[in-house]
Design a binder for this molecule. Structure first.
Ligand code: HMG
Ligand code: MG
Length: 297
């Protein structure tokens, strides 16, 4: 009994490019995002208003937002960690601000140079500014299924962050498997527990595919009625501050899998192929997607 349709959020321009060694020129990013806008996807994470010292690959967040062609039907989102970031996001009229925090104390420290408690204070200030401007809020929780530093991640910590996000006015929470260690049994156990307390509509799932288990994990979540998934074209992605993190589940493989299961996505696979081929040429390395490999032969 699977959902009839799901919402996919294309995170390649953000989660994907943040992890590329080589800076992709702004005009190529813009052309790529414009091609993604053509695919039918309704949510695109465009960039991050973070420190260019920390994430040099996305230092052009202002220019990218200034130059992309925006389709009214699409939500163009950006990650924001602090007040400086929210100023930029407001200036660029982003449609949605994505807050982010890790449920692992060590990963949070490594990623944003702050404790979980300090981050919650920073995010509260960001949320207040976004709420004043009427910008919708999404909240990421990283390392829900395991930490890159081996510290224990407690479900109680995850729930505390969910409650804090709800108090800030966050309308969607993305549960992240930052280093791709989850398995379907664990996914079912954690989700089943969360769904006794929260509505399934609140959650999106964000799987990295380090061990090739992302689609199996998504199937487990589909069976529990989760209808929102994050993915990246060509399997790009990874967090530079999470050792061992690899790419997100590829949008190409996910969309093909869902269509095969009879689950609608509103994404056109041919247009997705076109956007992926463009990316392939722009980054000039083999992409990590089985479906794209089949389609390009
Ligand atoms: P810090 O060094 O503690 O902060 O970094 P700071 O306030 O001392 O600022 C350092 C410099 O950055 C200053 O510049 C600031 O002005 C500047 P300087 O005076 O030295 O020239 N700065 C900024 N510039 C532009 N925009 C800003 C901004 N803020 C400060 N918003 C900070 C703290 C949070 C800024 C830093 O740690 C940071 O930017 N971290 C971002 C890390 C990141 O983006 N990680 C990847 C995303 S999370 C992820 O991938 C997981 C996810 O995909 C889900 C999953 O997979 O689980 C979401
Ligand atoms: Mg990620």
């Amino acid at each position: 009994n699977l959902p009839k349709a799901v919402e996919i959020r294309e995170v390649g321009p953000r989660d994907g490019l943040q992890n590329e060694k080589i800076f992709i020129p702004t005009d190529l990013k813009v052309q790529w995002i414009n091609l993604i806008s053509e695919t039918g996807v309704r949510h695109i994470e465009v960039s991050s208003f973070v420190s260019p010292k920390w994430i040099p690959a996305l230092a052009d967040h202002h220019e990218v937002f200034e130059q992309i062609a925006r389709d009214e039907k699409i939500t163009y989102a950006a990650l924001v960690p602090n007040l400086k970031g929210v100023e930029g996001a407001i200036q660029q009229k982003v449609d949605e601000i994505a807050l982010f925090i890790s449920a692992s104390e060590e990963h949070n420290q490594s990623n944003v140079n702050a404790s979980i408690n300090q981050s919650l204070q920073n995010l509260k200030a960001v949320a207040e500014a976004a709420n004043r401007e009427g910008i919708s809020l999404r909240g990421y929780i990283s390392t829900v299924f395991g930490s890159p530093f081996g510290d224990e991640v407690k479900l109680q910590t995850v729930k505390g962050i969910i409650d804090a996000y709800l108090a800030m006015g966050v309308s969607e929470i993305s549960l992240g498997d930052t280093i791709g260690v989850a398995d379907p049994v664990q996914v079912k156990a954690i989700l089943s527990e969360l769904l006794t307390q929260y509505d399934s509509d609140l959650f999106a799932l964000h799987f990295h595919d380090t061990y090739g288990r992302a689609l199996a994990n998504i199937f487990a979540a589909l069976e529990l009625g989760i209808t929102k998934y994050d993915s990246a074209i060509g399997g790009l992605g990874g967090c530079p501050y999470a050792p061992g993190a690899s790419g997100n589940v590829s949008t190409n493989d996910l969309v093909n899998f869902l269509h095969r299961l009879g689950v609608q996505t509103n994404i056109d696979e041919e247009k997705l192929f076109t956007a992926t081929r463009f990316l392939q040429q722009a980054i000039n390395r083999q992409l990590d997607s089985k479906v794209y490999k089949v389609q390009s032969n």
